[in-house]
Write a protein that binds this ligand. Structure first.
Ligand SMILES: [Zn+2]
Length: 476
């Protein structure tokens, strides 16, 4: 007899609402056939018109995805357990969102076009009003997602960000206007969202998300929307979501490309670490500040996050659990990759190594400023003024050089540095710079590792140089 475990959501479709059935079978295929024959209502949920298991249903044999074994042909024996995991079916359990809150007559008209959709209706609108969603980062992704979530009537929206609005944010962060430059992002966002819909409660956290505050903040929310732009916060968000059992509506953007999925191990899907157990070395994947991003891109990707969030709240449709959506704006294509839970995942696996939050800066290898030999723009300006011989090494890309560079500098893009290092004299004083200081910190590290002891990194890059020293230079 092999044991078949039935997930909560499907128990109502078995005879006698069973959580577990014992079946006499020799293969997965045989076990499932017998199960479905004996439980016709379950079959109508799990099998498509061709008699195949629907592709949102995953089967695990003793914690291993059968796709990693021999699929349906995998042999089973007496002590085995088959687990049915509907990777995509289901959203928030009823208990996760209290949907007792009433819609007031004044709100009827505002949400009128929602109320006439059968999948939303009064019940759905009450669920939206009762839901609590935390948006991490109120930048490119957080702007459109929070704006639409507020407009749609999500009752409580938390915003976490500690940045101030910069002019370079405005081409994509549509919550903010020119007049807001220099102001706090979360405060400005709160005003804008309240203007859009005064019926929603906006809570703000003007602080970095950290291992100290994450679980405390997350516990007040049903769904977490990850709109971060750096790896330490991404891993922190993932781990805190897994530990607190909250769905993580994920997206990331770069230049013309976006990715989105819903990480929800509680409902059988993978988490971020199932895909990427460890972060890339610092500096390898540039941020938007370093790599650039098409202004309209986060609009679309952020709205995929908002859409997934609304679907989870309504418990309608098929969430992106177990599917990684790839969007390419240049080709205007959407592709979908199946992503699976990694049974060896260090945080959501059966034997997790990580059971509490760690130091994510250290985990991602982010070096503190004092670790890299660096020089501040004003200090460098002073040294040059005093006539000190310094080679300025620009490690950005040629198209960035064309926008602006420091007169007299030498350009070697970071990725060419290993093969062109012989163009540099190790006896010479060198200051490496890039746009904001990230890539040049890597270059400095790399050169110092090769014995270039007189290399320093220009802190804040040409951006800080243009603000503090040579204000005639254009900024980008
Ligand atoms: Zn995982």
């Amino acid at each position: 007899m092999v044991k078949v475990l039935i997930p909560t959501a499907l128990r109502q479709f078995t005879e006698g609402s069973r959580s577990q059935l014992d079946i006499n079978a020799k293969t997965i295929s045989e076990a499932i056939s017998i199960l479905l024959m004996e439980n016709q209502k379950l079959a109508s949920q799990l099998v498509d018109e061709n008699g195949e298991l629907r592709n949102f249903v995953n089967l695990f044999l003793n914690n291993e995805d059968i796709r990693e074994l021999q699929g349906n042909r995998t042999k089973v024996s007496d002590s085995d357990t088959i687990r049915i995991v509907p990777a995509i079916a289901g959203g928030l359990q009823d208990s996760a969102v209290e949907h007792k809150i009433q819609i007031t007559p004044r709100e009827y008209r505002r949400y009128g076009r929602h109320l006439i959709i059968p999948e939303v209706g009064m019940e759905g609108q009450r669920r939206l009003k009762s839901a609590k969603v935390l948006v991490i980062g109120t930048g490119g992704l957080g702007s459109p997602s929070s704006l639409y979530l507020a407009a749609a009537g999500v009752g409580t929206i938390g915003l976490i960000d500690f940045d101030v609005i910069d002019e370079t944010n405005l081409h994509r962060q549509i919550l903010y206007s020119e007049k807001d430059v220099g102001k706090s992002k979360v405060q400005t966002a709160k005003e804008r969202l309240t203007e859009a819909n005064p019926n929603v409660t906006i809570k703000t956290y003007e602080e970095p998300l950290s291992s100290q505050n994450a679980l405390q903040i997350f516990k007040d929310y049903d769904i977490i929307v990850d709109g971060t732009d750096n790896f330490p916060t991404r891993y922190l968000t993932n781990d805190a979501c897994v530990i607190s059992g909250k769905p993580n509506v994920y997206a990331s953007i770069f230049r013309f490309e976006g990715q989105a999925t819903v990480f929800d191990p509680k409902r059988g899907g993978p988490c971020y670490r199932c895909l990427y157990p460890k972060p890339p070395p610092p500096g390898l994947v540039p941020s938007c500040a370093e790599g650039g991003v098409l202004g309209v891109l986060p609009g679309l990707v952020g709205l995929i996050q908002a859409t997934e969030t609304v679907k989870l709240i309504l418990v309608k449709g098929e969430p992106l659990i177990g599917r990684l959506l790839l969007y390419d704006a240049l080709g205007m294509t959407f592709e979908e990759l199946k992503i699976k839970r990694n049974p060896k995942c260090p945080v959501c696996g059966p034997n997790p190594e990580i059971t509490k939050l760690i130091d994510y800066e250290m985990f991602c290898g982010v070096q503190k400023d004092q670790d890299v030999a660096s020089v501040l723009p004003l200090q460098l300006g002073q040294e040059l003024k005093e006539g000190k011989q310094i080679l300025l090494l620009d490690v950005r890309e040629p198209h960035e050089w064309d926008i602006v560079h420091i007169e007299g500098a030498k350009m070697i893009p970071l990725n060419q540095l290993p093969e062109r290092v012989n163009e540099l004299d190790s006896a010479e004083e060198i200051v490496a710079y890039c746009h904001t200081g990230g890539r040049s910190a890597r270059a400095t590290d790399f050169l110092r590792g090769l014995g270039y002891k007189k290399v320093r990194n220009l802190e804040g890059g040409i951006e800080a140089w243009a603000v503090e020293v040579d204000t005639s230079l254009p900024r980008y």
